[in-house]
Every structure is written in C-alpha cells, then in structure tokens.
Design a protein around this ligand. Structure first.
Ligand code: IVH
Length: 663
C-alpha cells in the first residue's frame, strides 16, 4: 500500500518534471508541485526500506560526492573528423555517396560546446552517467547529472531498449555563465574562461547543491545499443524525444550539398544570437544502414564530420601592459592594444590573466598578437605572431611591488595571481571595496558610482565603508562636478541603505568568498552578526554552501581588529545586523500573479522569482485565468504563449519587468 503510494508519487513527479523541462508544459502550480515533493519526502523518510536512487527526491542528494570512479564505456566514445573548409565538407559528402552507392540524406546539427556525456539506461531506468574521459574510460558523474532536471530518471514510451547508452552534451547557457562569473568576481575568485570550462568544472564539484545551482542543461544526440528499431538518425532523435529526452530543436534534414551549405552559412551567422555556445556544425549520414556500411576509423566515424566555425580573430600590436589592482588585492595584467575591429566592436584592451599565462605565451611589448572573443566577454590574447617579432620587443616584467601602493606583492602557493596584501592602505582596494558595498546586489546606493567614490577618496572624505555614514551634504556640494542636488541624492541614498536587510549587508561587507547566495544561506542559518562572529569552524561548515575555504575566510575576517571597528561604527549608525533573509523592496506587484517562462539575459529564473516576491508578487507556474503577467524570455513555449494571448494575460519582457520594478 505505502510502497504503491510512494511509487505513484514518484512517477507523477517525474512526469511533471518531464512535461516542464522537456516539453515546456506546466500541468500544476509551483506550490502543488512542492507539496507533492514534500509528501514524497515524508513517506520516504518514514519508510527507508523503499529507498530508490532514481527518486525525484534524490536529484540533489545531501551527501558530498567522495571521488569519481573510473568506468569503461560499453561502446567507446569516439571523436569527430574536423574541418574548417566547406569545400572539404562537400568532398566528404561526395565520398560517402560513392562509397554507399546511394544519394544520401544528411542530418545537420549544431555542435554544442560543453562536455560530452554518456548516460546508461537499463530497463528504462537511469543507472549511470560517465564523462568522455579518454574515450575508453571516463569518470562516473552520476550524482552531478541527477541534478539536471531535464534528464529523465525513468523513461516511458514504446520500444525502449533493455540496455542503452544515450550520448549528448552537457552545457551552461551564456546567461548562467555570465552570472556565475559575476558572482565569482564579486567574491574574488578567478572567473571561468568560457562556458565549456565552467561546465566541466561544475561536473567535478563535490556538493550536489552547488552543482544544481549551476543550472546546467543537457541535449542528447545519439543512442548506442545493439537492438535499435529505427532506420534513420533523425527518426532515432524523434524516438528519444518521445521517451523524454531533450533533443536539439535546431536539427535539419538536408538532401543536397547546397542545402547543407545553406544550413552552415545560416548558423555561422545566427549562432551569435543563440543563448549557448556552439563551435560548429555536425553533419551526419541519416541512414543507419549506410552508417554501418561506412563504419569508423580508429578515432572517428566515417559517417559524420564536424565543420568548425573559425574563431573570430584579429591581429594587432601590444603597446603596453598595465597592472590593475582589484578590490581583493589581486593584480591583473591588462594589455593596451593598437585599436582593432573584432566582431563588430573596437578592441583596445585585453586581459592577460596572470604571470604564468604571459610566460606561457611568451608575450612581449611590441609584439603582434592575436586576440579572440571566444565564449568570453573580455577579449583575450591567444598567441603571439612570432614570425613578425621585431628586434625591439621587450619581455614583460611582472612588478614585485603593488603598482598602486608600492607594498611588496605576494603569490600564495597554489594560486595563479599575485596579491597586494596592504588591504587597508591600498587606494584601488579601498575604492573597490566601497564600490562593492554600494553596488546593486549589496546596499544598492545607486546615487554613488565609482567616479564619485574616487572623488570622495581623493578629497579624504571616505577611507572606509563606515565613513560613508559620516558624510554631510555640505562636504560634497563643493566638490568637482557636484552640486546641491547630487549631494542631497547621495545623502538620501546612504540614509535609505540603513534599512537594507541583514543578508545583503553581510554580502556588502565583502568578506572574501562570501557571495550573494552564501550570504543569504548564512543569514538564514545564523540570523545575527554577533552569533556569526562567535561561530566555530564546525558550525560554519555545517551551513549549506559553506565549505572549508569560506569558513576560514569568515574566521579570518572576524580576527581582524580593523573589521570589528568598522562593524561597530556601522552598527551605531543603524545598519541591520540581524534578521531573516526575506526582503521587501516594494509593493509594486502587490497581489499580482506572475508566470515566468523561457530563459533570460540578465537574471536567472530563481532571481526573477525572488524579485517578484520581494516586490509583493506571487509566482505561478502555469498560465491560468487569474494570471496577471507572463514574464516571457527566449524560447517561450508556443503553447504557453497562445494560452496567454487567448486569456488576455499581459505579456512582458525582461526589460519591461526591470522598468516596472525600478519605477
Ligand atoms: S556526434 C562519434 N553531435 O563534439 C562522435 N557530437 O568532436 C559522435 N558534440 O565528443 C558525436 N554537439 O562532445 C555529435 N550534435 C552533436 C554534437 C557533438 C557537440 C561534441 C561531442 C563530441 C565532440 C566531437
């Protein structure tokens, strides 16, 4: 009886998951979904004899992942033959036609740029996920893969093979990648170079909760099994989709070289508008019988080829190198370049990351260098055109002292960056900390920008975040570019910040590694700053999302007398050092029911949900009669759109929403 109840709840939840993540249909509201999940959690906890690792409650298991077992693939994971020339693609098509004595159809697909994955299903149940590794053996990353909700744990439908490996690519959409890097920057961690690195890095994290927060996605493009009933590749894709797998919606069946060329030309341009990274097109012979005839070489199948997009590159001269000091004291070399056009923008500066990178590429001032904008936002130097090196190129010397305050730089074991440790006396660090303190996600004092902080600092009016609260309008009025109005705006903004809730104050303090989410989790678990200051290492690491590195950093923060004095001053002017994490920003959406659908450029869905609640609104998962607003992003399901239009629901974009909540 109980067992049946548990199983029926599991399959109901799994079904709702699939409808939502694979077919973009919400059958129930968020709260109904949550209550089903809670009910299942309760029954499972009371009846541990019915444990199942594929239960929807186990997607974010609580245990840390120990290590990654090395596993042999049942069928090796091959790579693909590559070409950058469309001429070679058409030669390959002619060859495959000749060798199979058939005029073939070809399935053209996007080449997703993430991490290849192989998922094993036995009797329609997920059993294991393994990375590509060396093609023969990979790492078992099942726990990480379970956190990706669009990957089904159980399949339903017709002709499901008894055992199969389903292959595809796990990737991180640009929007998620940019937010992740922003958060990493905020807490002084090195940003990921591109979404591909961020994806593989995420799969190797130890904590399932952290992996789930990375919002990875997965698209599947092939099946390895001995008993497949389909005759063509595109039919296989349709069958996979019917079982509950996400397959690419950008696949096209082509019948001639011209059609393939048109597909390639279209995506070579249109890929820049996609919300995820692609590095080419994969062209596959559609007939599975012909695929078998053509077979494989030792490395790659003969029935498929990858046309790779050329990375957009420009060659220019490295004029000089500056060393910039961030808020955490990290010193980053920045290249000043002879201005050059690159994918539609003029580039004058590029990041050079760190001393090791400079040495590795042997970059010298005066060199001709190649710059690229990969998945990254800031262009980077990828190589030196050494053939064009002049006699007078000069090696770059990494400074031994801080370029801003001249104190000696330190490079810690295991870190790539040099640091200036004079945090209380180094001007860019002081200005950077204040800029972080006033920023949008922290105290949100938008009347103070970086230039204002520099001005206040240069005039000796602020040296620490606490000094902001001693400022008087008449001190500001007389400064360059300031007037009565800007001075009173600044003072009003500072005054208003006194009601910012504790979790954001905690983030605003800029404790190293304590990002926005960690601050929220800390404030929820330990809702008083005094208690946080007295918390032991063990208590800190017991908080969700807090690892040893963060715990040590918090302890270090509280052991610094200067920080304690700053806090005392902030407390005495009335800042919040206690309280729940929930915040109220306005009542502009008071009582409004809002549905979020699609993906967005500047916010994750969770952030949007929080914003809706913070402005008094209610989140709903599906459009119904009582829905007031549909917040629509890219890839909004057509069914949802049609329903909203029929019901006359107001449809707004991310920009409309931002305007609304900021009005
Ligand atoms: S088919 C035998 N299709 O590209 C290999 N691969 O360079 C068959 N990839 O390891 C692979 N998108 O990680 C195929 N639509 C797609 C793909 C794709 C990305 C990756 C995959 C593979 C690598 C080969």
């Amino acid at each position: 009886m109980i067992q049946q109840k548990i199983e029926s709840l599991r399959s109901k939840i799994e079904h709702l998951n699939k409808q939502y993540y694979v077919y973009h249909i919400s059958e129930v509201s968020d709260s109904e979904f949550d209550s089903l999940l809670k009910e299942l959690e309760k029954l499972e906890a009371e009846n541990p004899q019915f444990f199942d690792s594929n239960s929807p409650t186990q997607r974010v298991g609580s245990d840390l992942i120990g290590g990654f077992e090395s596993v042999e693939h049942r069928y090796p994971m091959q790579s693909l033959g590559n070409t950058y020339s469309i001429g070679e693609v058409s030669e390959w098509m002619e060859r495959t036609t000749k060798e199979s004595n058939l005029s073939n159809s070809y399935c053209c697909e996007l080449k997703f740029d993430g991490a290849a994955i192989s998922l094993t299903y036995e009797k329609g149940r997920f059993t294991r996920a393994v990375t590509r590794g060396d093609g023969v053996r990979g790492d078992d990353v099942s726990a990480a893969i379970r956190t990706i909700r669009s990957i089904p744990m159980t399949l339903c439908g017709d002709n499901i093979p008894a055992v199969m490996e389903v292959r595809g690519e796990v990737y991180m959409p640009f929007g998620v990648f940019e937010q992740l890097n922003e958060r990493r920057y905020d807490i002084g961690e090195e940003p990921f170079a591109n979404p591909r690195n961020a994806t593989s890095g995420s799969l190797k994290l130890q904590s399932p909760t952290e992996i789930a927060a990375r919002e990875l996605e997965c698209v599947l493009y092939s099946i390895q099994c001995d008993t497949l009933s389909t005759k063509t590749h595109h039919e296989t894709l349709q069958l996979m989709h019917s079982w509950g797998f996400v397959t690419s919606t950008y696949t096209t069946l082509c019948h001639s070289i011209e059609e393939v060329e048109r597909y390639v030309a279209k995506w070579d341009k249109a890929r820049h508008k996609l919300p995820f990274a692609t590095d080419g097109i994969v062209i596959k012979v559609d007939s599975l019988a012909v695929q078998r005839t053509l077979g494989s070489t030792a490395k790659a199948p003969r029935w498929a080829v990858a046309y790779k997009f050329k990375a957009e590159e420009a060659i220019t001269t490295l004029l000089s190198v500056e060393f910039s000091v961030g808020r955490t004291g990290a010193v980053t070399p920045v290249a000043n370049l002879e201005p050059v056009q690159l994918s539609g923008t003029t580039v004058k500066r590029a990041s050079m990351h760190n001393a090791e990178q400079i040495a590795l590429l042997d970059i010298r001032v005066g060199d001709k260098v190649a710059i690229e904008k990969g998945g990254e936002i800031i262009p980077k130097i990828t190589r030196v055109v050494t053939e064009q090196r002049g006699l007078f190129s000069t090696p770059i010397e990494f400074p031994e002292r801080c370029p801003a305050c001249y104190s000696p730089l330190v490079k810690r074991e295991g870190e790539a960056k040099h640091y200036c440790v004079n945090s209380s006396g180094c001007p860019p660090q002081i200005v950077g900390r204040i800029a972080h303190f006033v920023s949008r996600k922290a105290m949100y004092i938008d009347s103070i920008g970086e230039q204002t902080i520099e001005l206040l600092f240069a005039n000796k009016l602020v040296r620490s975040i606490a000094d902001l609260y001693d400022l008087r309008a008449e001190q500001i009025e007389g400064l360059e570019r300031m007037g009565e109005l800007s001075a009173s705006n600044i003072i009003a903004g500072i005054e208003k910040s006194k009601s910012v809730p504790y979790a954001r104050v905690l983030f605003a303090l800029g404790i190293r590694y304590v990002g926005e989410t960690t601050a929220k989790k800390l404030a929820a678990a330990i809702p008083s700053f005094d208690e946080l200051g007295g918390a032991s290492f063990e208590r800190l690491v017991a908080v969700e999302e807090v690892g040893e590195k963060i715990a040590r950093s918090i302890l270090e923060y509280f052991s610094d007398e200067a920080n304690i004095l700053t806090i005392e001053r902030l407390r005495s002017v009335g800042l919040q050092f206690e309280g729940e994490a929930k915040e109220v920003l306005s009542d502009i959406l008071s009582g409004k029911r809002v549905v979020i659908s699609g993906t967005f450029e500047r916010h994750s869905r969770d952030e949007l949900k929080e914003l809706i609640e913070a402005h008094g609104g209610l989140n709903q998962s599906s459009v119904g009669k009582n829905t007031d607003l549909l917040l629509a992003g890219a890839g909004l399901g057509p069914a949802k759109l049609e329903k909203a239009q029929k019901l006359g629901t107001i449809i707004i974009s991310e920009t409309d929403f931002e305007l609304m909540i900021n009005s």
